[in-house]
Design a protein. Structure first.
Length: 572
């Protein structure tokens, strides 16, 4: 046997050492793999997080930067982008009695002296009240909304306890214009009364406040409406006035005014009494402006088919009540003469033929039995008799008594009457072309066409003559109603209204002018009725706003009245 064919046995120590090395190597490999797996997991998690932040939501730093650039409350504009309400950087005056932080008195001068010097800067401050606050040693606001130049004057006083923190304030660049549409924002940043209240959540939403909210209001039309209403109100010494301009095809409110107005930049105790909105929140008996609606209902129902039919104009005695006209209008009247001369008696006959149930249904279809449809929070509930209407009530409702609605109700009803018969809710949001509410049909298109003729005749030959504006083809109806009071109607207090539309050959806009308790003055020929107080406002307003709204004066055009002219007794 070859001695070299058999290996000699290895020493035990050498085998053990090899095993240790193998285990160490295996452990090292496992650690490397483990560390690699950990790093791989961290990398995957980081990539997933980056993808989530980039795709699902912006990075926190991006969000915070975006939020910092956004105003704390969104902007409101008119339909053309004119700013109506926006955030505005301002200073406030804050009293900090610990500003000195040396244990001494908070003020270098006496509280009384500092209060006096502050009043020199801000003349409307209550000096005694400010002195009391300074002497109390309690921190708090002394004044909000300080202009930079006034802040510099406060700093010049040398009182460290008078601090001037920077704050963001709500500013209304147009002043008091459209105050009842906009409302106001209180010191805590909450919207009140108008669209500031209706849009409060949207204006504060970080995801939406960067985009201005466009209202349906046209600032130019709004300014003209307020100007003419104010002129009319002052000329007849009325206690208030109200008006609205409405697009008959979309329901958009181009202007809405309630006078006296308030300044949303400065809402104090004195201005609180003017915050009530007469257009949307106050209900009135609007008198003879209802007569065209009653006639339209009768034509639509087929109870009036011949406009030449003559009705007795003698007073009606029913249920212990007498229906009469303001003055004798002759023995008989037909439908055009009834509207031209505004006869309560013949309107009552027309309603009696129509029937109480059908009149009530038309009034309900026009929304007179519920609050007006609009985004504003303050909306008055009509005075509306429930149940079946007796014969007398229907007759009086036909000429605007026994039912009370807001001027906005009247505006949307007239829009339905002249636009082809479709009632739509009013809106203060700008509506894009083709997006208008479809509405509901109240009158036939043929009825609407006939009423457009009759409304134009009233402005040409009847009580609405002072509302006519040459070239603009105005039509409409007067309404003068005594205000109800304790023990009956107050004969010395009228609500005088003119409900108009233009141009009557193709109506586009309804305009309402209302005077609250007008007085007989030289300007109104010492008359208080709508023909002399509310109608002239329309005559001045329409030529101002017509061209703005794309309606140019044209004396060569008008609605065809050929078939109706022979029916009127005279053209006085």
């Amino acid at each position: 046997m070859n001695a070299y064919a058999i290996s000699a046995p290895q020493a035990p120590g050498r085998v053990h050492l090899v095993d240790i090395r193998r285990k160490a190597l295996l452990l090292a490999q496992l650690r490397v793999l483990l560390i690699g797996a950990v790093f791989l997991a961290l990398a995957a998690a980081a990539l997933l997080r980056i993808a989530y932040l980039g795709v699902v939501q912006p990075a926190p730093s991006q969000r915070s930067m975006a939020d910092a650039l956004l105003p704390p409350r969104g902007e409101i504009t008119d339909r053309n982008g004119v700013p109506l309400a926006r955030a505005f950087p301002a200073y406030a005056l804050w009293f900090n009695p610990t500003a000195m932080d040396d244990g001494g008195p908070p003020l270098v001068q006496s509280a009384k002296t500092v209060a006096h010097r502050l009043r020199e800067i801000f003349p409307d401050l209550d000096e005694a009240e400010i002195a009391r606050k300074l002497a109390s040693g309690k921190s708090g606001y002394l004044r909000r909304r300080i202009l930079p130049e006034d802040a510099n004057k406060v700093m010049a006083l040398g009182e460290l306890a008078l601090e001037l923190p920077r704050e963001t304030d709500r500013h209304y660049p147009q002043g008091s214009m459209a105050a009842h549409v906009l409302g106001y924002v209180d010191e805590d940043g909450k919207g009140h009364v108008g669209m500031e209240s209706a849009l409060n959540d949207q204006l504060l939403d970080p995801a939406r406040r960067g985009t201005p909210v466009a209202l349906s209001i046209d600032a130019r039309v709004q300014g003209a409406l307020e100007d003419e209403l104010r002129r009319g109100m002052l000329s007849v010494n009325a206690v208030g006035a109200a008006g609205i301009v409405l697009d008959v095809d979309t329901g958009e409110v181009l202007a809405l005014a309630s006078l006296p107005e308030f300044d949303p930049n400065k809402v104090d105790k004195d201005s609180q009494k003017y915050i009530f909105n007469k257009v949307t929140n106050q209900v009135y008996e609007l008198g003879s402006t209802f007569k065209p609606l009653a006639v339209a209902a009768a034509i639509d129902a087929g109870t009036v088919t011949d406009l030449s039919r003559r009705y007795s104009a003698a007073p009606i005695h029913i249920g212990g009540f007498t229906i009469k006209d303001s003055h004798p209008l002759g023995a008989t009247l037909n439908v055009p003469e009834t509207l031209i001369h505004s006869s309560n008696i013949v309107t009552a006959h027309i309603v009696d033929d129509l029937g109480a149930a059908r009149l009530k249904q038309v009034m309900a279809d026009l929304g007179f039995n519920e609050r007006p449809y609009i985004e504003l929070p303050a909306r008055g509930f009509p005075i509306w008799a429930s149940g079946e209407w007796p014969r007398l009530r229907a007759m009086t409702v036909g000429y605007g008594h026994g039912i009370a609605v807001t001027p906005l109700h009247l505006a949307t009803a007239y829009a339905a009457m002249v636009n082809g018969g479709i009632w739509r809710p009013a809106t203060l949001h700008k509506i894009e072309p083709g997006q208008a509410n479809r509405g509901r049909r109240v009158f036939k298109a043929s009825t609407s066409a006939r009423m457009n003729q009759l409304l134009r005749m009233i402005a040409l030959y009847g009580t609405g003559r002072k509302a006519d504006a040459p070239g603009f083809r105005v039509g409409g109806k007067t309404g003068s109603a005594e205000k109800p009071g304790a023990g009956g109607y107050n004969r010395t207090s009228l609500v005088s209204t003119f409900a108009a539309a233009f141009p009557m050959d193709k109506p586009r806009y309804v305009v309402i002018s209302m005077m609250d308790e007008p007085k007989g003055t030289v300007a109104s020929s010492f008359q208080r009725t709508a023909a002399y107080t509310a109608a002239p406002v329309i005559a001045r307003l329409v030529p101002r706003i017509g061209p703005i709204l794309g309606v140019m004066p044209d004396d060569s055009r008008d609605i065809d009245l050929t078939d109706l002219k022979p029916l009127i007794g005279s053209e006085e």
